[in-house]
Design a protein around this ligand. Structure first.
Ligand code: ZN
Length: 145
């Protein structure tokens, strides 16, 4: 990932070494999703807790490369406190950004922006998407409990 800026690389390594919100709750009030990325060996579980249309907690666990693990940590922090509607919109724009599609640049992606350079590395797009995709799946899978 040589053309990622140093700052971006630092943010990714910080989240990789000190993941936020790591460890599953196994609580019934969470909706969970399990995804694998066979091409890289990434395995991820994401749990989301929604109350009154708002994401109040996100937990994640898994194994994978630095991009995948940092992605899970960053998207968990990014998502807590946002409404489900806002998050669905913002995260779908994030997925477009990393897969080099046109996206709405007015959406504030905050630290998720560090993965913008991934679009130049097609083999890593799935690594940067998997946690976000799992989180979106939890938001789409069923109504809140
Ligand atoms: Zn990976």
């Amino acid at each position: 990932m040589n053309n990622l800026s140093n700052l971006y690389r630092e943010v990714i390594m910080d989240h990789y070494k000190n993941p936020r919100n790591k460890g599953l709750s196994h609580d019934e009030s969470y909706v969970s999703c399990h995804l694998k990325n066979p091409s890289c060996g990434d395995v991820i579980d994401v749990e989301t807790k929604v109350v009154d249309g708002k994401v109040v907690d996100v937990r994640h666990d898994g194994q994978g490369c630095s991009i995948c693990c940092a992605g899970a940590s960053i998207v968990s922090e990014y998502s807590i406190g946002k409404t489900v509607d806002e998050l669905k919109n913002n995260l779908s724009n994030y997925l477009k950004m990393v897969s080099n599609q046109e996206y709405d640049t007015s959406v504030d992606l905050d630290e998720l922006q560090v993965f913008e350079g991934v679009k130049d590395y097609p083999a890593r797009v799935r690594c940067a998407s998997i946690a976000t995709q799992a989180l979106l799946n939890t938001l789409n899978s069923k109504e809140e409990k």
